[in-house]
Design a protein around this ligand. Structure first.
Ligand code: ADP
Ligand code: ADP
Length: 227
C-alpha cells in the first residue's frame, strides 16, 4: 500500500477553486514531483497532503489513517514526528544560530539539549555546512541557509518530506547542490518526498511527476520538461 494517498482533494479559497478533485499517492521512499504553471494549485496540494490545510472534500490517508479528519493539534503532532516541511526560503529563526535552528524540532519533540545539539551538528555536517553551525542566519549565504533548512526538516528523520520550491530562491549552481544534498539524504533515509516545483531540472530528480493544470491532474502527464 502507498505510504500517503490523497483522493479527490478539493479546495476553494472563497470563490477561487484551487483544487478540483486531485488524486496523488506516494510510496515509501519515493520522490514524486508536483509540477505545473504558477497558480495551478501545487502549493495548496502540498499543504493539504501535509495536513497544514484541511481539504474541503476528499481524503488524505497516511499509513491507513485518514489524517484529513484529525484535529489541528493532532495534525501538528503528526507533522512534527512523521513529516518534514521545507519551503522556498526564510524559514530560519533569525535570532538562533544554525545549530540551534536545526536542534529546534528535536527540542520540541522532547530531546535533551546535548543530544539535540549533537544531532544538529551531525546533520549540518551531512549537508556540508558544519562550519556555520554557530553563525546566525543573517551572516550566512542563501545556499547555506537553505542547507540548514534541509537539515532542520530532516533532523527528526521524517517518513515524508514536503518540499515546496526548495531551490526557488537560489541560483542554478546552489539549487543543484541543494537538490543533490536532499536526494542523497532521502535515499539514505528512505524518506518519501512530495516535491513541488515549476522547474524542469528540479522535477528531473523525481521518480515520478504529477502535472497539475487549473487545479486538476493533467491526464497527458506532459510535464515541465516536455518539449
Ligand atoms: P501554485 O503553487 O501552483 O502556484 P497555489 O496552490 O499557490 O498554486 O494557488 C492555487 C490558486 O489558489 C491560485 O489561483 C491562487 O491565487 C489561489 N490561492 C492560493 N492561496 C490562496 C489564499 N491564501 N487565498 C486566496 N487564494 C489563494
Ligand atoms: P507549530 O506548531 O510550531 O506552529 P506546525 O507543526 O504547525 O508548527 O508546522 C509544521 C511546519 O509547517 C512548520 O515548518 C511551519 O512553518 C509550517 N506551517 C504551519 N502552518 C503553515 C501555514 N499556514 N502555511 C505555511 N506553512 C505552515
Amino acid at each position: 500500500a502507498p505510504l500517503l494517498t490523497g483522493t479527490g482533494i478539493t479546495k476553494d479559497y472563497g470563490a477561487t477553486p484551487a483544487l478540483r478533485g486531485v488524486d496523488l499517492s506516494v510510496a515509501e521512499g519515493e520522490i514524486v514531483a508536483v509540477t505545473g504553471p504558477s497558480g495551478c494549485g501545487k502549493s495548496t496540494l502540498l499543504h493539504c497532503l501535509a495536513g497544514i490545510l484541511r481539504a474541503d472534500h476528499g481524503s488524505v490517508v497516511f499509513r491507513d489513517q485518514n489524517i484529513g479528519m484529525w484535529s489541528e493539534a493532532a495534525r501538528s503532532r503528526l507533522r512534527r514526528s512523521e513529516f518534514g516541511v521545507l519551503f522556498q526560503f526564510g524559514q530560519m529563526v533569525p535570532e538562533l544560530t544554525a545549530a540551534e535552528n536545526v536542534a529546534l524540532p528535536l527540542l520540541l519533540a522532547g530531546s535533551g539539549r546535548r543530544e539535540a545539539r549533537e544531532a544538529a551538528l551531525a546533520w549540518l555536517d551531512r549537508f556540508g555546512v558544519a562550519d556555520v553551525a554557530d553563525q546566525m542566519p543573517g551572516a550566512m549565504s542563501g545556499g547555506q541557509q537553505q542547507r540548514c533548512a534541509v537539515a532542520r526538516a530532516m533532523v527528526t528523520r521524517p517518513r515524508v518530506l514536503f518540499a515546496d520550491e526548495p531551490t526557488g530562491a537560489l541560483d542554478q549552481l546552489n539549487g543543484e547542490q541543494v537538490m543533490q544534498a536532499i536526494v542523497r539524504a532521502v535515499r539514505e533515509e528512505g524518506t518519501a518526498v512530495v516535491l513541488v516545483t515549476h522547474e524542469a531540472p528540479v522535477a528531473a530528480y523525481a521518480d515520478r511527476e504529477i502535472v497539475l493544470r487549473d487545479g486538476a491532474v493533467d491526464p497527458t502527464g506532459l510535464g515541465v520538461g516536455a518539449p
